[in-house]
Design a protein around this ligand. Structure first.
Ligand code: ADP
Length: 325
């Protein structure tokens, strides 16, 4: 494992120049999610080109955006840009906020049966009145590139190959490509959401001999009902700590085992002193980087990975779409 050591010479008394104390400070290696996501996008681009050269149609992704949430618009536009960069065709479907559940599901069903479409995603969150669970479940599992359908979660739970939720697979790729030692080690995931925390925990704990590339870690899931004292007891045991709570600054350095790999999935828009919005993670980056061995920044850590893996999933869906034309 590569570690960066920073030697800093601290002079406790500026008046006595002969009395120098040297102190060894270790800072964490920053895991560059942008760079790793770029590597994955290059790999996907090459695979897409080979797939097309073998006589197949380009993969096609349909992104459904309901309403005018500015963050959702940005996410969808990033996904469309990424698709273009790897040679995947895409189409954005804009729906007004007052679309009914029935007509949204009907539209999704028409894309399910359209043989020229390989992947479908609905950008979350949806406006009030639309049932996210039902809508996500109306996407055909073979085109569900977000991997939220219970058939895909079921495959992941049973160590079977399938579409894995993009953020979870992104977290796995960050860990594996940084060559973190995971076999038999302890992992703690903070957050139990069905789209993020749970699939991450599934990938961390399961048998590496299965079809999902799981990491054989002893895995604990903490959530909003874990008392803060208990939370610290668990996090201090974690060789890999994944924070996916959406609570800015939840993880401080006292909660981190020295040398641990800390993956920050939280992305919250917080107003700074100047009234400007900035993206903030769940981890107190500056404090924790003094203790951890490895750490992801926000932004530039997990975020770009989710988009890159979505492209990987779209190619996977195209290659496993039985009715494509
Ligand atoms: P996401 O889908 O991004 O994971 P959610 O809001 O659906 O976001 O889920 C947040 C998760 O974080 C929940 O499982 C919740 O229990 C957990 N959580 C929220 N606050 C805390 C906290 N203070 N300590 C531990 N877990 C928390």
């Amino acid at each position: 494992m590569l570690r960066r050591w920073v030697v800093s010479f601290i002079n406790p008394s500026h008046t006595n120049r002969t009395f120098h104390t040297s102190k060894l400070l270790r800072t964490a290696q920053i895991i560059d999610g942008k760079k790793i996501a770029g590597d994955i996008l290059n790999e996907v681009k090459q695979s897409v080109e080979s797939w097309v050269q073998a006589g197949n149609r380009r993969p096609k992704l349909v992104a459904i955006l309901v309403g005018h949430n500015p963050a959702s618009k940005t996410y969808v536009s990033n996904k469309v840009k990424a698709a273009k960069s790897v040679g995947i065709d895409s189409e954005t479907i804009l729906c007004s906020t007052d679309i009914t559940q029935v007509s949204l599901v009907e539209r999704i069903q028409s894309y399910n049966t359209d043989p020229s479409i390989d992947g479908i995603l609905v950008q979350l969150p949806l406006p009030k009145g639309l049932d996210e669970k039902k809508i996500c479940h109306s996407i055909s599992p073979s085109k569900d590139v977000d991997g939220f359908h219970s058939e895909n979660i079921g495959n992941l739970s049973s160590d079977k190959s399938g579409i894995i939720p993009a953020t979870a697979l992104g977290v796995r790729e960050l860990i594996v490509r940084t060559k973190i030692d995971t076999f038999g080690k302890n992992a703690v995931v903070i957050g139990r959401s069905k789209h993020v925390g749970l699939p991450i925990a599934l990938l961390l704990h399961a048998d590496g001999n299965g079809e999902t590339g799981a990491l054989d870690m002893t895995t604990t899931i903490c959530h909003r009902h874990t008392s803060h004292m208990d939370l610290q007891k668990f996090t201090l045991l974690a060789d890999v700590l994944v924070a996916a709570a959406g609570v800015p600054g939840l993880i401080t350095k006292e909660m981190v085992k020295p040398g641990a790999c800390v993956i920050d999935v939280g992305i919250t828009r917080v107003k700074d002193a100047q009234g400007k919005f900035k993206l903030t993670g769940d981890v107190d980056f500056n404090g924790v980087k003094e203790i951890a061995g490895f750490i992801t920044p926000v932004p530039g850590g997990v975020g770009p990975m989710t988009v890159a893996i979505l492209m990987k999933n779209t190619l996977f869906a195209a290659q496993h779409n039985p009715k494509r034309t």
